[in-house]
Ligand binder design. Structure first.
Ligand code: PEP
Length: 262
């Protein structure tokens, strides 16, 4: 089983002081948790101070975006070279970036390649919108996104990637996919597409998260699904207590109840 990974996506929230206070609040309660990975994807401005604040903890740090060039005349952009050494992960192709900032499968693919080249682990977001879901186009939309994102990648590169299946209609709406729906798309579309492209071995080892209105009240049933290897959490990752609960429940469901704990 891939190591479960619960990541918070703070989006455009938290000043540096607020980010540091969050880490201070969660680091004690999370200390005893092993065997699952957890982390936060913070705004660029908070990454350097957070880098120091998470030292000595198991909290992984991620960015929420980056450009694919190393440097140059790209005003306002952040390069993989700038992130390297500051964080381990980078969210690529979040639906909000696709929707508001014109990201496409092609730009997602370029960013993934650049991230991997610089030793950053991408968390690649895919997912259908409501209209596509209602028109029963989920399989087509999501498999096309996975194929586009991973075009021209080698098998050894894909092993290091995390995918987040995030149905857009479930993001920030309070209406999560049912555990069965999420499990079905992750297993039969996302993992199946990776298997078709790179083989079952790679697909089975890949961490595939679910994202979309995960909260303390529904995390147990979502994480109980075998194809779901963790979560990408927006709103409910902003509050320290809620974040700790999400990580603890993921640990209980995936490790303790599954008899994998020490
Ligand atoms: C997200 O931003 O990736 C997300 C899943 O948001 P929320 O948990 O708030 O739905």
């Amino acid at each position: 089983m891939p190591t479960p990974f619960l990541a918070g996506n703070w989006k455009m929230n938290k000043t540096i002081d607020e980010a540091l206070a969050f880490v201070e609040a969660v680091k004690g309660p999370l200390e005893a948790i092993d065997a699952v990975d957890y982390g936060i994807c913070a705004p660029f401005t908070a990454l350097a101070p957070l880098h120091d604040a998470v030292a000595g903890t198991r909290i992984k740090l991620g960015a929420q975006n980056m450009y694919w060039e190393e440097s140059g005349a790209f005003t306002g952009e952040i390069s993989p070279l700038m992130l390297k050494g500051l964080c381990e992960n980078v969210v690529i192709g979040h639906s909000e970036r696709r929707q508001y900032f014109g990201e496409t499968d092609e730009t997602v693919n370029r960013k993934i390649k650049a991230a991997l080249e610089h030793g950053l682990q991408p968390i690649v977001c895919v997912g259908e919108n409501l209209e596509q879901n209602e028109a029963e186009q989920t399989e087509e939309v999501v498999s096309t996104q996975v194929r586009g994102a991973f075009a021209d990648l080698r098998e050894d590169q894909v092993r290091d990637i995390v995918i987040a299946y995030e149905p857009i209609w479930a993001i920030g709406t309070g209406k999560a996919a049912t555990p069965e729906q999420a499990n079905d798309v992750i297993g039969n579309v996302v993992r199946a597409t990776v298997a078709d492209m790179f083989g079952t071995d790679v697909a089975e080892q890949m961490v595939i998260q679910y994202g979309g209105s995960i909260k303390p009240a529904n995390v147990e049933e979502l994480m109980s699904q075998p194809e779901i290897n963790g979560g990408l959490v927006g709103g409910a990752s902003l509050d320290p207590e809620s974040f700790v609960t999400l990580v603890q429940v993921t640990y209980e469901v995936k490790i303790q109840n599954a008899g994998m704990g020490g």
